[in-house]
Design a protein around this ligand. Structure first.
Ligand code: ZN
Ligand code: ZN
Length: 505
């Protein structure tokens, strides 16, 4: 991990230098924006619709988003190609029999069975043996799981185990089957299964990608509905948020912990008045089908709603990002180049808890070639109270020598993006709040791939990747990697465009 970050930063360094030169000119504009007025002014005239979401069940809440099984697994595939044995399938693959009302849907089980078979084929001496082994492994996973979500987590563990099988390394030099079949994209993206015969042949790039992506961009109404930061009509450097839940307490020294829901007091310096541990569930609430109905459990520990937390942190914390809506910058309009490509980028941010709430600690930007073009740690403006490493992967050491501030990052991003650039992300509003960046041309994979239950539910990025690109992401013990998430969003959209093009034909 640390090595990879170094590399990414080295790669970025030259670009950064150039970007920062350009940014110097913009710094003045940034400063002007930051010098804006009373933070309380922002929301008064705005119509607020009550859309209260219970704290723990809020799937869109960024720090919890899409990290359902971090802490269990180690990284297996993200950028490296999975080498595999070329083999000619001869036998018919086993099929999971359909079962009505099953706790884990048959198609999900079948998918993982297929993935397991693919892995077993790498080291088993015969197809028969691979099928048998995969069937047994899948059965164990299913027997151990009381819900789909637990199944997915256990299945990923099993997959990791199979990949670590010592026999695999023997075959490591063999050519990738999918790499050959799928061409460049498949080779780059490490498929485990893609045997449908539908290969991704066209490389979507440049102006074509830019044009096709516009169809998926959010409308102004959607940006407001999903709580994106919007420009304040009068005060420059200020953002407004629509759809905020009604604020219940007006006492500035009383806060509600965004992890455990407890009320706690802070002093004028933002420090907790009493030393009080925060006992909470770090996972999300999941509705699981059980015989005769549904039950709702935390996916971190399968604890019930209201059960004592499975993790204890030093103190309570708050989000706070929507309480300080000043210091925002807005991307500038720049003339489009002749070919009409305003730029396509995916981004992901990491945050930690400070006295002020959630603050930016790392930002990663990916271009449409899936290359990291900007990746930096960021020093939070206030004192850190919790590094949030489980979700962010960012540690105290990472920030030790960082001098880059949010202002620096804003300056770089304003020179890198224009108002015409398309920014892709998963629940990107969360990142834009951390960056204090207002942007209008947004493609949000949480909206493009909606949850079947509708809002406020959102699908986790890792599940989207598993479902559509047959890839396991965010399986790193040390918290996840923001470049992996950003890359995943870009790949999902490229996949989506191609998939939708097929339907049209
Ligand atoms: Zn828990
Ligand atoms: Zn708490």
């Amino acid at each position: 991990m640390p090595q990879r970050r170094m590399t990414a930063q080295e790669i970025c360094y030259q670009r950064m230098q150039k970007a920062q030169q350009q940014a110097a000119q913009l710094a003045a504009a940034v400063k002007a924006a930051s010098a804006s007025t009373n933070p309380k002014q922002g929301l008064t005239g705005e119509k607020r619709r009550v859309a209260h979401r219970p704290n723990a069940s809020l799937p869109s809440s960024k720090p919890v988003k899409a990290h359902t099984s971090v802490g269990i697994l180690s990284k297996t595939t993200s950028t490296t190609m999975q080498k595999r044995v070329a083999h000619t399938p001869t036998m018919k693959r086993p099929v999971i029999p359909a079962e009505f009302g099953a706790k884990v849907p048959t198609n999900v089980r079948q998918r993982y069975l297929n993935i397991f078979i693919d892995e077993c084929l790498k080291f088993c001496s015969s197809e028969q043996e691979a099928f048998q082994m995969a069937l047994e492994e899948e059965k164990v996973v299913c027997d151990r799981s009381s819900s789909k979500n637990i199944y997915l987590n256990v299945a990923v563990n099993t997959l990791k185990k199979l990949r670590k099988s010592p026999a695999v390394s023997v075959n490591a030099k063999c050519q990738s089957h999918e790499g050959v079949l799928g061409g460049r994209l498949a080779a780059k993206t490490s498929y485990t299964i893609n045997r449908s015969g539908k290969q991704q042949d066209v490389d979507l790039k440049g102006a074509i990608l830019y044009k096709k992506l516009q169809k998926y961009a959010m409308t102004e109404e959607q940006l407001q509905e999903h709580g994106y930061p919007r420009p304040h009509p009068e005060v420059s450097g200020h953002a407004v948020v629509h759809n905020l839940p009604e604020k219940k307490n007006n006492d500035p020294f009383s806060k509600i912990c965004c992890r455990c829901g407890a009320e706690y007091k802070i002093n004028a310096y933002g420090s907790c008045v009493r030393k009080e541990e925060c006992s909470h569930h770090w996972g999300r609430l999941r509705r699981n089908r059980v015989p005769g109905g549904w039950e709702t459990l935390y996916n971190c520990c399968s604890g019930a709603v209201g059960s004592p937390g499975c993790e204890v942190s030093k103190q309570h914390v708050q989000d706070g990002r929507k309480e300080s809506l000043d210091g925002f910058v807005k991307t500038f309009s720049k003339p489009l180049p002749v070919e009409g490509n305003g730029g396509v980028y995916a981004l992901d941010c990491e945050m930690c808890y400070t006295k002020q709430g959630l603050e930016l600690t790392r930002v990663t930007v990916i271009n449409s070639d899936l290359k990291v073009i900007y990746d930096t740690f960021v020093k939070p403006g206030s004192k850190v109270v919790d590094y949030n490493t489980r979700f962010s992967g960012v540690t105290q050491d990472d920030l030790e020598n960082t001098t880059i501030t949010l202002r620096d990052v804003q300056a770089v991003l304003l020179s890198m993006f224009s108002a015409e650039s398309i920014l892709i992300g998963h629940s990107l509003e969360s990142d834009l709040f951390a960056l204090k960046l207002i942007h209008c041309l947004v493609v949000d994979t949480a909206i493009v791939f909606p949850h079947r239950l509708g809002l406020p539910y959102k699908r986790a990025l890792r599940n989207l990747m598993a479902d559509y690109l047959k890839r396991i992401i965010q399986d790193n013990v040390g918290g996840h990697d923001s470049s992996e998430d950003a890359r995943a969003c870009m790949e999902l959209m490229i996949w989506k465009i191609k998939e939708d093009a097929k339907v049209k034909r």
